[in-house]
Design a protein around this ligand. Structure first.
Ligand SMILES: *[C@@H]1O[C@H](CO)[C@@H](O)[C@H](O)[C@H]1NC(C)=O
Ligand SMILES: *[C@@H]1O[C@H](CO)[C@@H](O)[C@H](O)[C@H]1NC(C)=O
Ligand SMILES: *[C@@H]1O[C@H](CO)[C@@H](O)[C@H](O)[C@H]1NC(C)=O
Length: 258
């Protein structure tokens, strides 16, 4: 649905511990699924000796290709063998055709995550802040989230929640980053999921979200008004006190009358 190419490989290796990695033989069977529903498949079987590609079977061409003098001869031999062709057909069915249903059903259910990044309100007097990166409504469950600071992965002060079911087929997960806000840093949350053809980046914008800004404006207004009230209180207090002092000084005998 979103990924348009998927490669499934099975590898068999023969490696002699006596001869170390100098003598290394490997056979790799891969199926490439392409197309909007992975309906185009190609089966490739390769044999590798000491990291050199010797032979390759390509199901689209339907034959073997040799890459060394010896394997060119072997390819000719195998290409003329009907039993070899049948074996390749069976392998292709097992790795490509039989897997296609499973891959398609996962793909049909695949839903890419919705990613949200926000800052938790920090307690008064604390310099560190916590950013929360949340991924919602994705399927399948497998997901990778990481934090990037100026393009580099952040590994310290990071924590994750479990991947939790939404109660509705899909999953959600959260990742937390404790950090000290500085203007020079570019913080981003990166999410990898099978439904995404490339990782999703959400860059943290340090300019605050609107509701937080209004809170600060309101808070600031309250502070200013409080300050004005406090100032006027002091002035009032001073004048009233002084008047009382004056009153007391000017007319002490009348004080008991009220
Ligand atoms: C297999 O052969 C087809 C047809 O020649 C070609 O288009 C394709 O790229 C080949 N695949 C690989 C993996 O070499
Ligand atoms: C393999 O098949 C392709 C076309 O299907 C052909 O061009 C090529 O010569 C064949 N290779 C061998 C080694 O037979
Ligand atoms: C996946 O969806 C496609 C198109 O919607 C459909 O043709 C195909 O049969 C579906 N495959 C599975 C395994 O559900």
């Amino acid at each position: 649905m979103y990924t348009h190419k998927f490669i499934l490989c099975v590898a068999f290796s023969l490696l002699s511990p006596v001869l170390t990695d100098e003598d290394f033989y490997q056979v790799r069977a891969c199926c490439t699924f392409k197309g909007s529903h992975f309906e185009e498949t190609e089966y490739i079987l390769t044999s590798i000796f000491n990291k050199n590609l010797m032979m390759e079977y390509n199901s689209t061409r339907g034959n073997w290709t040799g890459f060394t003098a010896y394997s060119i001869e072997a390819a000719k031999w195998w290409n003329s063998d009907p039993f070899d062709a049948l074996t390749r057909k069976i392998e292709r069915k097992l790795l490509c055709t039989d897997m296609l249903d499973a891959i398609q059903s996962v793909d049909n259910l695949t839903t890419i995550p919705t990613v949200k990044l926000k800052s938790l309100k920090r307690p008064n007097g604390e310099h560190t802040s916590t950013l929360v990166c949340s991924a919602y409504n994705f399927y399948p469950k497998q997901i990778r989230m990481m934090w990037m600071r100026n393009g580099k992965e952040v590994t310290t002060d990071v924590s994750h929640s479990d991947v939790m079911p939404n109660g509705d087929w899909y999953y959600q997960t959260h990742s937390y980053l404790k950090y000290i806000p500085t203007s020079a840093e570019k913080i981003a949350c990166m999410v990898e999921h099978i439904g995404l053809s490339q990782p999703k980046f959400v860059v943290w914008d340090p300019s605050l979200p609107v509701e937080q800004r209004t809170q600060i404006v309101v808070g600031l207004c309250g502070l200013v008004i409080g300050f004005v009230i406090a100032i006027s209180g002091i002035i009032y207090y001073i004048t009233v006190c002084q008047r009382q002092v004056f009153t007391r000084v000017e007319s002490p005998p009348e004080a008991g009358a009220t």
